[in-house]
Every structure is written in C-alpha cells, then in structure tokens.
Design a protein around this ligand. Structure first.
Ligand SMILES: *Cc1c(COP(=O)(O)O)cnc(C)c1O
Length: 416
C-alpha cells in the first residue's frame, strides 16, 4: 500500500476505513453529527483555525513535548544494546495526551458558535481534559458520569468541578459508563443547536475517529522529527498502548509509510478469560456498537462484553475503526500484555529513569522492555501517553513501593 496520501484517503467520504467505521445513529443525532462533519471539513483547511491551534499547543499545552532516551533502563535489558526512547505526552498540560484532541474539539466548538460541550466520562480522565478545554475557551461543560464512577473517582470529579464543569450524576441501571453515554446522548439530542458532543477517543460515529486522529497526529509527527534529530535515523519499532486508540493512532500515523514495525499494545488484564481483559483487537470480532463498526468483544447476546484492566483508561470493549483497518491489512501488529507486566514497567521506569508513567502507558513500556530483553541493537520509540501520579496511591496500596513486587517477579522467573 502507498501511504503518501493516506491521511487524505482514509477515511472515505462516509467515514469508512476499509470495511470499518461509518455512523450508526438515530436520525435526530445523525443530523447533529453531520453538522459537525461539515464544520470540521471546512475548518480543518482554514489557515486561521490551524494557526490558532498551533498557538494554543505552544502557549497553553507546552508543546512540543520532548523525546527522552531511557539510557539506564535500556542498559538493564537483555544484552543492553537495544535503545528505548519515550515520547513524553506525560509532559503535555494536564499530564496526558487527551488534551490534544480536547483542545481541538473545543476550538471547533468555538468556530461553530456553540456555547456548551457535552460528554460522558468513566474514569474521569476525559472529563478533566474536556473541562480544561471548556474553561480555556469560556464554554459551558456538561459531563455525564455514573454514580458508581463518581464515588470511585473522587479526585477527578473534584478537578472537573474546580474547572467549572457541571458533573451530571447518572443513577440509572448499573450507574457506570454505558448509562453515562446514554444520558449524555439524550441531553445532546435535546440541545445540539447550541451544544457539541465530544468523544474521548478515536472511537464513535464519523467524524470522531478521523477528527481525533487528526488532532492527535501531532504526537507522531513531532516524535518522528525529534527522533531523527537525536539519532539520525528512524526507529525500528514504534509502539503505544491501545484503549479506544487515540494516543496510539496519533503516534502511528506519521510512521505508516516508513520501514518501521508498528505495534499497538492492548491490556490482557488478569488473563485471556471472558471478562478478564480488554484486548479487543486481539480477541474481538467484527460488529457495531456505540454507533460505529469495528472489532469488538461481545457477550453471548452480541452486546458489549464486560472488560477489565488495571488501567481504567484501557478498559473499553472495542477499538477505533482505523485500528481495526490497520489490523486487517497487517500494517499494525497488536499484542496483549497483562496487569503484572504493566506494574513491573511502572516500577522500573520510575526507578531507572525518574519518570512515573500512567498504568495505561506502562503497558506499552512493558512491551518495549520485553522486546529489548530478547533483541539486539534495535531502537524502540514508545508513546508515554500520560503520567502516573493518578495511579501512585492505588499501586502502592496494592503492591507496596516496588521492592517486594520486583523480588517476587524475579522469584517467578517473570522479571523482564
Ligand atoms: C485515556 C488514556 C489512555 C487510553 O486512551 P486511548 O484513546 O487509547 O489513547 C491511555 N493513556 C492514558 C494516560 C490515558 O489517560
């Protein structure tokens, strides 16, 4: 395949990446999404929009984020000749890559003359990034969240409120993410004339997988240039963790046409049993859920299966349609790593490099470490999608400060 015009050719006019993607919505919502598509198509070619987004990235987000060479960690692995490099999205304002597309979505809302942003959130990371964007642009922000999640994610709920967001507590059904999505969609259908819906990953109906990809692509384009500046060549392997697939698709896009191996790392959770993981590309099948067609984990009735990962940002039963496509044509390889591998990477990157990664990002780092432990002379570029401050209390309570955990991994013969 020729990737020179890939960004222009995919998705097609119907929002399809090969046989995946599209839009499966009730008519009243379809109208609203069509309006977003039309506005985005106009705006993404506007010099004014692009210049404004560039300025925001530089002056507010702190971009470009650096690429860091993990020299000490690299030396510890295998024969010590592979080199691991991190793209530091943990240094993006608010501590993760999510702000990249939230600022784009906020700016789009502003250009469309909308006064309110609506979204749902599960673990609260998307809610916080969006509340940040809303505050920056002076927009109202309405975040729907299940009652159960609100109780579990108190610090993120507090953050959203401090940033001025209205957190709507959803008390129906299981009171988690699914009910929050339904509630947010209901509110949006009633108010879309002056509101915009903002999806938190490269998933959902067209145009979101495309739009989020475009806004996140800055990660890979920066990293490709920075990596070449540091080393003089291209990485042998590029990898990133995959939940819905936004940080990974943003990282991968710039390298599709290069002779690099590209790997999406999925959460294997407690193992490959039903309900124990969220490795959608690895174990999923084709289907439609949440308004788009992709590969997904289904329950016996064809509904979204229960999923689990130690990293709450990765527990989604599907992946964005572009991942399903890149998987189907074999351009991107998907590998699943479990909780224990991720926790080891969390501790080891912290100790050897002074960088505490998010548990989500730890999956990609663990993959790079395992590769470095068995190969020689390869350079591996990993997207460190976020910082792990949010995970420290939980990890320490569950696993201690690391010594015993790493000792136990050694005893089990699993130490990377
Ligand atoms: C939300 C999140 C993810 C997973 O989302 P993607 O859309 O797959 O990128 C990964 N890392 C961090 C730090 C997150 O907050």
């Amino acid at each position: 395949m020729d990737y020179r015009n890939y960004l222009k050719e995919y998705p097609d006019a119907n929002g399809r990446f090969g046989e995946y993607g599209g839009s499966y919505l009730p008519p009243e919502l379809q109208e609203a999404f069509d309006e977003i598509t039309k506005a985005y198509k106009t705006i993404c070619n506007s010099a004014q929009f692009i210049a404004e987004l560039r300025r925001i990235r530089r002056e507010f987000q702190g971009r470009p984020t650096p690429v860091s060479h993990c020299e000490r960690l690299s030396r510890e692995l295998g024969d010590g000749t592979c080199q691991i490099y991190l793209k530091r999205e943990d240094l993006n304002h608010t501590g993760a890559h999510k702000l990249n597309h939230c600022m784009g979505e906020g700016l789009l809302a502003k250009f469309m003359g909308k006064k309110r942003i609506i979204a749902e959130t599960g673990a609260g990371q998307h809610g916080v990034a969006l509340a940040t964007a809303a505050a920056y642009f002076g927009l109202e922000c309405e975040i729907h969240m299940g009652e159960v999640d609100i109780a579990k994610q108190a610090p993120n709920v507090a953050r959203m409120k401090v940033l001025g967001a209205n957190v709507v507590c959803v008390t129906e059904g299981l009171r988690t993410l699914k009910e929050a999505v339904d509630s947010a969609f209901r509110s949006y259908a009633q108010t879309y004339k002056d509101s915009i819906y903002c999806i938190g990953s490269a998933v959902g109906p067209h145009p979101f997988p495309m739009m989020v990809r475009d806004f996140q692509a800055v990660v890979g384009f920066e990293a490709r240039e920075q990596f070449q500046e540091i080393t003089g060549f291209l990485p042998d392997v590029v990898c990133a963790c995959v939940g819905g697939g936004s940080n990974s698709i943003g990282m991968f896009e710039a390298f599709l046409g290069d002779p690099c191996e590209i790997v999406g790392v999925e959460p294997l959770g407690r193992g490959s049993g039903y309900g124990d993981h969220a490795a959608s590309a690895t174990y999923g099948e084709k289907g439609v859920m949440h308004g788009f067609e992709s590969i997904m984990l289904k329950d016996p009735n064809g509904e979204p299966a229960p999923v689990y990962s130690i990293a709450s940002g990765l527990d989604y039963p599907s992946v964005g349609p572009e991942h399903a496509f890149l998987h189907s044509i074999g351009r991107v390889k998907y590998e699943a790593l479990d909780d224990a591998d991720a926790v080891e990477a969390f501790f080891r990157l912290s100790r050897s490099e002074g960088i505490i990664p998010a548990l989500e990002s730890s999956h990609a780092i663990a993959y790079a470490m395992k590769l470095a432990a068995r190969e020689s002379g390869k350079s591996i570029l990993v997207n460190c999608s976020g910082r792990g401050d949010k995970d420290v209390d939980f990890v320490v309570e569950k696993f201690g400060i690391g010594d015993e955990y790493l000792e136990q991994r050694r005893a089990e013969g699993k130490f990377i």
